[in-house]
Design a protein around this ligand. Structure first.
Ligand code: COA
Length: 388
């Protein structure tokens, strides 16, 4: 397999975009990424676009073809990938595989979702399709409810507190203040989270990621080709790409306090990179709900199982701490247009490793990790990055 690098990135602001269409968002992120890479449209040989539920959100399907059309890339092959909230991570991994295998030298990879065209109820129903419809969604278990079950189990088994979960949101909002692309750039306190009202007990409004619009894109290039073309000045190498699956339904899991797909994908990723959790300088994690970040830092091996709440509360995941997590603001504060998230995580790694994460830079960052989860953990993708 060949080494693959990210050579350009493009991101829209995440949030409610009443004045921008689905196509506008694709154009903004895609064209920015191509321009940032310094290449021309004719250099792109294939496109991989993550998108979870455009049919439900905006009544549009056939997203692969739409992306190529909108970006003026026809007739290159353009394919949509869907893995719920991990659609972006899966698109990145599939683009990576085609370049690593030698099939293509240069591909564009992206993620897009426009969720705010429908009511919160309809958005919740669309997102619920990421779980098991027969045993979960049709029985009334929304995504906040499923993660609330995991939070309750974590509290029961390890003594994790609601305040410890709130500390995740407080940190991620603080990080987002310095990110112009983030949906929420306001600082919040533990009290704000505690008083924000239950969505699904014990999870409150400020424990939840929001409903968002947004798009993100990156250009991938075989590192040897980028070197020949002398376009490696900002290139970030993907040093690991791993993916794992688990049961769709929580009821069929052995444990509610870990995401096994994360553990399996992380093990493979660390083996590929020949690194250990202690070697990672920063991580973008899938904090769709605050408890999800706590479980992620445990499942990735940054702290012991059951200690994630305390580890967070003590500031170990803040910038300047042991393992700065979600410097972008995470899903909580940067926003979560579901399929765009996995690509946005890679873009944050690109910025951090190029020392361009202004106001939220992790000093001397050399190794970054991104973990992108689909549903309640039925899919997990882990990527690792370093300067090319
Ligand atoms: N964090 C912070 N503020 C939020 C927020 C969030 N997650 N969600 C909404 N808000 C704010 C809005 O900006 C708005 O503020 P304003 O009154 O100052 O304009 C206010 O709260 C009400 O917003 P509204 O859109 O009416 O909220 P809602 O009650 O319809 O939706 C949730 C709130 C939590 C139910 C919704 O965001 C949600 O379902 N989140 C989870 C999404 C999800 O499951 N994703 C997949 C994960 S696997």
């Amino acid at each position: 397999m060949r080494s693959v690098s990210i050579i350009g990135t493009g991101l829209t602001k995440f949030g409610e975009h009443w004045n921008l269409s689905f196509k506008d968002l694709i154009a903004e992120a895609g064209i920015k990424a191509i321009q940032d890479s310094g290449l021309a449209r004719k250099d792109i040989q294939a496109v991989y676009g993550g998108c979870m539920a455009s049919g439900r959100f905006i009544g549009q399907e056939h997203i692969g073809a739409l992306i190529a059309d909108q970006l003026g890339l026809n007739p290159v092959p353009s394919t949509r990938l869907e893995a719920a909230c991990a659609s972006g991570g899966v698109a990145l991994r599939n683009g990576y595989i085609t370049v690593a295998s030698g099939l293509y030298d240069i591909v564009a990879v992206g993620g897009i979702e426009k969720m705010t065209e429908v009511s919160t109820e309809d958005a919740g129903f669309a997102l619920g399709g990421a779980g098991d419809q027969e045993t979960e969604l049709f029985m009334g278990a929304s995504f906040p409810a499923l993660y609330a079950l995991m939070a309750r189990a974590h509290m029961h088994e390890f003594g994790t507190t609601e305040e410890q979960m709130a500390a995740v949101s407080v940190k991620n909002h603080k990080n987002a203040i310095n990110n112009q692309y983030a949906q929420f750039r306001n600082e919040i306190t533990i009290e704000d989270v505690m008083n924000s009202g239950y969505v699904a007990s014990p999870l409150k409004l400020l424990d939840c990621s929001p409903i968002s619009d947004g798009a993100a894109a990156v250009i991938l290039c075989a590192t040897e080709v980028a070197r020949k073309m002398k376009i490696t000045d900002k290139a970030i190498e993907i040093i690991a790409s791993a993916q794992a699956s688990d049961t769709l339904a929580l009821a069929n899991r052995k444990s509610l306090t870990k995401i096994n797909a994360t553990k399996v994908a992380a093990k493979q990723a660390f083996e590929q990179a020949k690194l250990k959790p202690r070697d990672v300088d920063f991580a973008e994690l899938h904090d769709c709900f605050s408890i999800a970040e706590i479980m992620a830092i445990e499942d990735l091996g940054f702290t012991e199982k059951g200690k994630g709440g305390k580890f967070t509360e003590e500031g170990n995941t803040a910038i300047g701490g042991v393992i700065p997590t979600n410097t972008s603001g995470g899903l909580k504060a940067h926003g979560h247009p579901v399929a765009a998230t996995g690509i946005k995580q890679a873009i944050e790694a690109y910025l951090q490793l190029n020392e361009k994460a202004h106001g939220r830079q992790v000093k001397g960052a050399e190794i970054g990790l991104a973990q992108n989860v689909g549903g309640s953990g039925a899919t997990c993708v882990v990527h690792m990055f370093r300067r090319a």
